[in-house]
Design a protein around this ligand. Structure first.
Ligand code: AMP
Length: 282
């Protein structure tokens, strides 16, 4: 694996003669890698000639500065895992390298996606995600982009980001399934910050998602929603949302007609650690 810290060097390498007509797969991450991240690298390796992974903790997407400061960093372990997985290139830029002129806010048109669920509870988050993704995609110029279903709304946001720009129309997005711990907890870098007691409580999110899936029946869903919130609160969570939504555009489903494709999405805190997860319902 080759490690690049400079954008220029990464670009020179990727656009060099050596790589003419080679397919490039890209896995953007914020590090503290786990098996979920590595599954994206493996998916990329199966379908491309060159797999590029980036590790960059993007300050522009943190609405809570404390969350940014405390974001886990496990660089040596990350490099080891990527090398073992056969990743070809690791891009490890500094903030200056990504935002040479500073983090200049730009308005990305994301429609309602920017105002609901994560957009509502983390104002500015998706704008920051788009800012970094636009920059990274320009540098890497991949054929294929690999993202995790774990961040369901983020996948829809990036699909929207890539919709209008002709320069990006060749990028294909693959959404990979969420990898979980044996007790059902979705793997996440933030799990490293859970204390012992909270780690034990955390799988309740997945249990509640399964409860929603098993109880998902045609008709009004408001009591199912409030039941889900109650179960999470009983397990010790402070709930941002427990939503049942249209799988394509995330608009809330009030009355299910038995056909519309649905997804259940949860965001909830254990102390100051915010966890998110989701499950498709049908
Ligand atoms: P992050 O480092 O949290 O920004 O995540 C980088 C990529 O890994 C994103 O596309 C995530 O959706 C994906 N990812 C995170 N957790 C998981 C997981 N448990 N299973 C599969 N993919 C994941």
């Amino acid at each position: 694996m080759i490690l690049f810290k400079k954008s220029r060097e990464l670009q020179d390498r990727l656009s060099g003669e050596l790589n003419f007509k080679k397919k490039i797969g890209f896995v953007p991450t914020m590090g503290a890698l786990h098996a979920g991240h590595i599954s994206l690298v493996e998916a990329s390796k199966n379908e491309n000639d060159i797999t590029v992974c980036s590790i960059f903790i993007n300050p522009a997407q943190f609405n809570d500065p404390k969350d940014y400061e405390k974001y886990p960093v496990t660089l040596e372990k990350d490099i080891y895992q990527l090398e073992t997985a056969g990743c070809d290139i690791l891009f490890l830029p500094t903030v200056n390298e990504i935002y040479p002129g500073g983090m200049i806010a730009k308005k990305f048109e994301l429609g309602r996606l920017d105002q609901m669920l994560e957009g509502k509870f983390r104002p500015g988050h998706f704008q920051g995600v788009c800012l970094v993704m636009e920059r990274l995609l320009d540098l890497v110029n991949p054929d294929n982009l690999y993202m995790g279903q774990k961040d369901y709304q983020q996948c829809l946001v990036i699909k929207k980001l890539l919709e209008p720009t002709l320069s990006h129309d060749k990028i294909r997005i693959t959404v990979c399934p969420t990898l979980r711990e044996p007790d059902g907890l979705a793997m996440s870098s933030r799990n490293l910050r859970l204390n012992e007691e909270d780690r034990k409580a955390a799988p309740a999110i997945y249990n509640v998602l399964q409860y929603i899936k098993n109880s998902f029946k045609p008709g009004n869903l408001s009591s199912l929603r409030s039941e889900a919130v109650k179960k999470l609160e009983t397990a010790g969570f402070r709930v941002d949302y427990a939503e049942i939504a249209d799988a394509n555009d995330l608009s809330p489903i009030t009355d299910w007609d038995g056909r519309q494709k649905g997804v259940a999405l949860i965001a909830a805190f254990l102390h100051d650690i915010r966890l998110i997860d989701n499950l498709t319902l049908n």
